[in-house]
Design a protein around this ligand. Structure first.
Ligand code: UDX
Ligand code: ADP
Length: 463
């Protein structure tokens, strides 16, 4: 069989960009991305490609090229399942907020709903591909549902975790370090793997396409995220020690990163990692380890999260301490709300947690972010409000002009490393702030010498 039609269930930060690239690189394959969220699909179909729901450098151009040719966005899930020979599952797998495994295990209800829908609709053989990050052995649950509730057709299940990072999704997809495909060792399983390999081989060198068994593939994704997050927590742990000892974490990171065994990437000290994956996947790993009674393994990885929570909290605490132990009624401007630069995604962003701590101290927060919409910030704050009795969401303003955002502020906190922050007229910002004017740089982004020369009191992480 040569695949002619694929569909992807879930038009999110993974499904949307991944399918856009497949459509661009495989013009002979019809790619339909479906989602139950009508607003999201309408945004993907917006006549102006600059208004697609996800901000990713380079993505709009790719959507412009492929959309309407062989790339389609639709809410007709059943129709897309029926037509496709290969179905990617790319729905959300949030951390459970209830019952057994609450706060740790991945909630698989959306995955299960998808599997049941595929089973109900499919009248011909399908290859089902897990794209969402899933706990090890989820494929067997999907198989159970498909085989027991299906219409007697044949399903092959593959695991094909996505390693793209937001903000660089297009380059990561175009030139991946590797593509990982896990499948059964049976002849049918190997055939299914070959079909997916053939799709990627349209642009990815064959030696970068790795095939494994399903379980290795599922666990590799969790492991990769755990290792990456662990590096960030490790350098953040050292940043606190640097602040006490007079060392500079940037210098330490450079010195250790030159050791080829360590490498230079993911050693940037920060206010703490965010994003939809790191915390969720590590909690999931911890939960899995615990369910097998591997308590030392669970504790080891849990420490990565404990360190990250500590880093976010101590950033907020330092602002309060430095502003003479009170931020009540003081305007603190947040530069950045996204969890990293070049994305409009705010899931688990450190900014949300820092805001929570400062609002509990009655600070007045003003946010400027180049890409995050006002409604998103509101949603994040509403979420906090449901958690916190002390929080008064009315203490937050959102501005679309950075100079206005900083006007009359007591302090600026840099929460996201957007490049444009470096290019501002910092003298003008200083002139319009209350004095003394503080900058707390949670990303070690700005130039200390320049800012101090202007008159700012500048504090970075880890020095
Ligand atoms: C991550 C993985 O990198 C990716 O492979 C996986 O598919 C999904 O999860 P993502 O969360 O999109 O990607 O972004 P990433 O670049 O990994 O950054 C995660 C967080 O760590 C961000 O908040 C970032 O600011 C922070 N970070 C990253 C640091 O604080 N310091 C670093 O050195 C690197
Ligand atoms: P990710 O970052 O992993 O892509 P997102 O939360 O951004 O995750 O996207 C997941 C998408 O999956 C959401 O847009 C959600 O509406 C969609 N979704 C969840 N369950 C279903 C389902 N059963 N059918 C169709 N779409 C679904």
């Amino acid at each position: 069989m040569k695949i002619k039609s694929i569909c992807c269930i879930g038009a999110g930060y993974v499904g949307g960009p991944t399918m856009s690239i497949i459509a661009q690189k495989c013009p002979g394959i019809k790619v339909t991305v479906v989602d139950v969220n009508e607003k999201r699909i309408a945004a993907w179909n917006h006549p102006d490609v600059n208004n697609i729901p996800i901000y990713e450098p380079g993505l709009s151009e790719i959507v412009a090229e492929a959309r309407g040719r062989n790339l389609f966005f639709s809410t007709e899930v059943d129709k897309a399942i029926d037509e496709a020979e290969m179905i990617f599952i790319s729905v959300n797998t949030p951390t459970k907020t209830y019952g057994v495994g609450k706060g740790m295990a991945a909630d698989l209800k959306y995955i299960e709903l998808c599997a049941r829908q595929i089973a109900r609709v499919a009248k011909t053989d399908k290859i089902v591909v897990e794209k969402s990050t899933l706990p090890v052995r989820t494929a067997s649950a999907i198989r159970d549902i498909l085989d027991n509730t299906g219409n007697g057709v044949n399903f092959q299940i593959l695991s094909n975790p996505e390693f793209l990072a937001e903000g660089t999704a297009v380059e990561d997809l175009l030139a991946p370090d590797r593509v990982l495909i896990g499948g059964d060792s049976t002849a049918e399983g190997q055939e299914a793997i070959a079909e997916l390999v053939a799709i990627y081989a349209n642009w990815v060198p064959r030696d970068k396409i790795l095939t494994t068994n399903v379980w290795s593939s599922e666990l590799s994704k969790l492991t990769a995220n755990a290792f990456l997050a662990q590096r960030v927590s490790s350098i953040n742990a050292m940043s606190e020690l640097c602040e006490k000892t007079g060392a500079d974490v940037n210098e330490v990171a450079k010195a250790i990163g030159l050791d080829s065994r360590i490498g230079s990437k993911f050693l940037k000290a920060s206010v703490g990692f965010g994003g939809s994956c790191f915390q969720k996947d590590i909690l999931n790993l911890v939960y899995i380890a615990k369910t097998y009674g591997l308590n030392e393994v669970a504790d080891y990885w849990e420490q990565v999260i404990i360190m990250n929570d500590h880093q976010k909290r101590r950033f907020a605490k330092n602002i309060i301490k430095t502003l003479y132990n009170t931020v009540s009624g003081k305007k603190i401007t947040f530069l950045g709300w996204a969890f990293k630069k070049d994305t409009n995604d705010t899931r688990e962003s450190a900014a949300i947690y820092v805001a929570d701590d400062l609002l509990a101290e009655q600070a007045e927060i003003c946010v400027y972010d180049p890409k995050v919409e006002f409604e998103q910030i509101q949603t994040d704050l509403n979420y906090l409000e449901t958690r916190s009795e002390t929080l008064n969401g009315s203490g937050v303003q959102v501005k679309t002009d950075v100079y206005e955002a900083c006007h009359n502020a007591h302090a600026i906190a840099v929460l996201t490393e957007w490049d444009e922050f470096k290019t501002y007229d910092w003298q003008k910002i200083y002139d319009n702030m209350l004095k003394p004017a503080f900058v707390f740089d949670g990303r070690n982004l700005l130039d200390k010498t320049t800012l101090e020369k202007i008159g700012f009191i500048y504090q970075a992480i880890g020095s």
